[in-house]
Design a protein around this ligand. Sequence first.
Ligand code: GLN
Length: 311
Amino acid sequence: MPCQSSDELKALVEEARNCTKNGKVADYIPALGKAREDDLSIAIHYPDGRCLSAGDIEKKITLQSISKVISLALVLMDRGQDDVFKHVGMEPTGDPFNSIVKLETMAPTKPLNPLINAGALVVTHMINGDTVKERIQRLLVFVQELTKDATIRYCEEVARSEFETSYLNRALCYFLKQHKMIAENTDIEQLMELYTMQCAIEMNCLNLARIGLVFAMDGIDPQSGKQIIPADIARICKTFMVTCGMYNASGEFAIKIGIPAKSGVSGGIMGAVPGKFGIGIFGPALDEKGNSIAGIKLLELLSKNYKLSMF
Ligand code: GLN
């Protein structure tokens, strides 16, 4: 058991909160710019149902890039590994999450991994379903099952705000369509609708920690005993979280913290400590690579104090 009480966790949150002043809230998606820079909260979800938390944990955040792990799990279940990995690779990039550069310099064109924007757009275009509505609904039902919370929806304001300003993501899509990594019959505006809805799926830290817990327990919901994600797919997702989950800071994160984790530009981080527990963090002030600055500090304190590194 890493942390025995919420008071212990509160002390760590206050220590980590100091560094929020060195970060900046993302505003390239205009609606995200409204977040409070000094917010910081965390929830830890254990397999026996217990939950520890600190900070304003009821505050809702949008998943942004954290959603990429979830859509990957769903698409691996929908299409199987062979089909998915024909369209997206397994290697980290060392580039920022929204970079277009490797798509042109590498031949054949194929996004290096599913957690950069180019790869995530390819994965999202592979979610089964006939319409945008049907496909977002399938993803939402999956998220509701992972969180055990049937009220989970996407935030229309954030989805619209990104849809209206997402020129670079549109450019990635057209590039990928030209090179047949996105199917020729794909309507890119509809794909952007689906992707921005996916990124705007909204939840609190407790929900986020619960998703982390299912990944930590190899895809099993420890309360019901149900295998929600096949173990092999949960393993693949966790491996990507280690190699690519914190964008081009994943190597340093693995050395300093050593926990499979995925961040988003909303300031969320989902952690999955294998076999032990799930973590959900919200801290919207970001570092220069787009990761929650205080969230990383908090994970560093937790990992050191409780020896959580898997390495
Ligand atoms: N929706 C965001 C985007 O596509 C997600 C990126 C992120 O969280 N890093 O730009």
